[in-house]
Design a protein around this ligand. Structure first.
Ligand code: ZN
Length: 286
């Protein structure tokens, strides 16, 4: 099934830009608070598999982040072989984990003010947790996943790599730097949720394209390794790393500029779209 955040409320998506409001269709049993849905994910999906209602329409601009207010956000660096290679680095022997602060979250159609510097793109598959995970083995990991969505790990490279040792999280957490969407798609919807094409297109030109089988640490292994240390909570979001094709390692380097349009997609989920504004657009409130 596909779940959307339509104007802050959970909807069951039934067609192209069409769905049913879960709070209304369930007789107020679930919703309208979206984060609370993940706390009762199994109960909710049992109900939703037989849910019926009169579909209503919405537009992409109505779609917020599928998990808009997670308690924890994990992001994995250097997790595709092609990206490790283009960066000229060693393949990690343990996942490189950082966070994106949740105030960077946005929905499917965000406008993003570009801070001064070098802002780069990173299409990623984002995982949303649906069941508390603590010491979960890889073989049991997917049963803890509510679903997958499309993510962009927008990154200001100067700040990301400043200092010794560098910290990644701040340079990846400007407002609008963590868009996800358009929907959460449950794992059972995919022939194989661990083998999906993902990519992004900048002003109509494809710049990243890969399959998720190229991950260094697959989703199930990441859940095993993270849940050995932390407790993964319902609604938590994990950005699982980006494939080759980022701008910083190109010759010459290429970064996002005001007026650019970035479309990111994952097979079987859909696409999200960001447009970029000059840095002063945010401060002047325009
Ligand atoms: Zn990333």
């Amino acid at each position: 099934m596909r779940i959307g955040n339509v104007r802050g409320r959970p909807w069951l998506i039934t067609g192209e830009a069409e769905g049913i409001d879960i709070h209304e269709a369930s007789g107020h049993r679930f919703g309208p608070d979206l984060p609370a849905l993940y706390e009762r994910w199994e109960e909710f999906t049992d109900w939703a598999s037989a849910a019926a209602g009169e579909p209503a329409g919405f537009t992409p601009a109505d779609l917020g982040a599928p998990s808009p207010n997670p308690r924890q956000v994990f992001a994995i660096g250097l997790n595709y072989y092609g990206h490790v290679q283009e960066a000229g680095l060693e393949v990690p022997t343990e996942p490189s984990v950082f966070t994106k602060y949740v105030s960077s979250f946005a929905g499917a159609e965000a406008q993003v003010a570009l801070p001064p510097g070098t802002v780069d793109w990173e299409v990623e598959i984002a995982v949303v947790i649906g069941r508390t995970a603590r010491h979960v083995a890889a073989g049991d990991a997917w049963s803890h996943v509510a679903g997958l969505t499309v993510g962009q790990d927008l990154s200001e490279r100067g700040l990301q790599l400043a200092g010794a040792p560098p910290q990644y999280s701040l340079g990846k957490s400007f407002p609008g730097f963590g868009p996800t969407g358009p929907y959460l798609v449950t794992p059972d919807e995919f022939a194989d949720p661990a083998d999906l094409e993902l990519g992004c297109v900048l002003n109509g030109e494809p710049v990243q394209k890969a399959r998720s089988t190229e991950m260094v640490f697959s989703v199930d292994v990441l859940i095993e390794k993270l849940s050995r240390v932390t407790t993964l909570l319902p609604g938590d979001v994990m950005f699982t790393g980006t494939p080759a094709g980022v701008g910083a390692v190109r010759t010459p380097p290429r970064f996002l500029a005001p007026g650019d349009e970035l479309v990111s997609y994952v097979e079987g989920i859909g696409s999200i779209r960001q447009t970029f504004l000059a840095a002063d657009a945010e401060r002047s409130g325009s």
